[in-house]
Design a binder for this molecule. Structure first.
Ligand SMILES: *Cc1c(COP(=O)(O)O)cnc(C)c1O
Length: 378
């Protein structure tokens, strides 16, 4: 089946007993055993397994071209499960140019347990390749990256992967609608389902998808043993959002292309970062490994520092807020907001300057969005 069909049907058969077309929200925390150990459909206690969660996990596995998926209470909870695959002394190669919360999890949580984080500056393919060694146990790639939308060539990294290393791709920005890293050789795909997958800025969630039974068993062990599981209602909301992923992503792309072109032509805008533009350094790789671009557009505003403050104050439709991937358009200042926890000298070295603006272009009328940006820039 094709993706647009899977979004609506995978893991979502009508309820066997009642025929309910939507997967029921299964709130029971515990399940009757027909005699000790006599589980009716494998469910015992909701932390270890829950019908609403299983259904969401089946949908996620199918749309990411995996075999297995595990849902978590947030993207960072999913990342914690993945990092827990490592032992003290293991080396992880990634880039400083990842989501700020991922950088914080690397450097302030897992580093103290003896994991060696070798973070390259800049998130280009070459930088990551140069960091690999025979002792690399995990490679962590975020593409497109946050907030500069750098593109990493997933297939090239997969080819160069040292034996026994696990390639993890954070696919939050592209969503499975535009990119499927498992098809390009990744071992694990990560999502903050808080973003495009749920799509309405009303639920937190995370997911890990894989084609490997062995890796899934290890992630599943952590999901149950550490317990950062999503509630059944959260699972329902995320699955509800996924049904419309295709139509939403088409419109996000359509609007983002118009916004990127509008910004590019504006005299006050110094630089536009959007992988859909032919002059973006990752454009050729993006065309090869992605089927399109989501609603993220980053740009650098020229001029004095207070110009940025005035720009944000003048926006009407773009709400100044963290996060991305919802129906509404948002604007943020990565330097202070999403990357607030990254040291200033690191931010400057990797190009996250105080003049960068990141837009999450939503689903509103594109002329209204362009007009909002035009008047704020004026
Ligand atoms: C938001 C985000 C995360 C973290 O997910 P939460 O759901 O906020 O915990 C990880 N990676 C990327 C790329 C993100 O945008």
């Amino acid at each position: 089946m094709k993706l647009d069909t899977l979004l609506i049907h995978a893991g979502q058969d009508p309820d066997f007993v009642t025929g309910a077309v939507n997967v029921p929200i299964s709130v029971s925390t515990t399940f009757k055993q027909d005699g000790i150990g006599g589980l009716r459909s494998g469910y015992e206690y909701s932390r270890s397994g829950n019908p609403s969660r299983s259904s969401l996990e089946a949908t996620l596995a199918a749309i990411e071209h995996g075999t297995y998926a595990r849902a978590f209470a947030s993207g960072l909870a999913a990342e914690t499960a993945v990092l827990s695959l490592l032992d003290p002394g293991d080396q992880l190669v990634s880039s400083t140019n990842v989501y700020g919360g991922t950088y914080r999890l690397f450097t302030q949580v897992f580093a103290k347990y003896g994991i060696r984080f070798d973070l390259t500056e800049g998130s280009g393919t070459e930088a990551i390749l140069a960091g690999l060694s025979a002792s690399t146990r995990m490679i962590w790639v975020e593409t497109p990256s946050n907030p500069l939308l750098d593109i990493v060539d997933i297939a090239r990294i997969a080819e160069a992967k040292p034996k026994g290393a696990i390639l993890v791709v954070d696919n939050t920005f592209a969503s499975p609608y535009f990119q499927n890293p498992l098809d390009l050789g990744a071992d694990l795909v990560l999502h903050s389902t808080t973003k495009y997958l749920s799509g309405h800025s009303d639920v937190m969630g995370g997911a890990v998808v894989t084609g490997s039974g062995e890796l899934d068993a290890a992630i599943g062990f952590h999901q149950n043993a550490a317990g950062a599981v999503p509630s059944p209602f959260d699972c329902y909301l995320i699955q509800r959002g996924i049904k419309t992923l295709g139509v939403r992503m088409e419109r996000h792309q359509h609007n983002a292309q118009a916004v990127a072109a509008g910004l590019l032509a504006h005299p006050r805008v110094e630089r536009v970062f959007f992988p859909g533009l032919p002059d973006h350094p990752g454009h050729a790789v993006a065309r090869r490994q992605m089927r399109g671009q989501s609603g993220l557009v980053t740009f650098a505003l020229g001029g004095e520092a207070d110009r940025l403050v005035r720009f944000f104050a003048k926006l009407r439709l773009f709400t100044v807020a963290d996060s991305l991937g919802g129906v509404e358009s948002l604007a943020c200042l990565p330097y202070e907001m999403t990357h607030g926890s990254v040291p200033a000298e690191v931010k400057h070295r990797i190009g996250i300057t105080p003049s960068l603006v990141r837009l999450s272009v939503g689903l509103e009328d594109r002329d209204d969005l362009l007009e909002d940006l035009r008047s704020a820039l004026a």
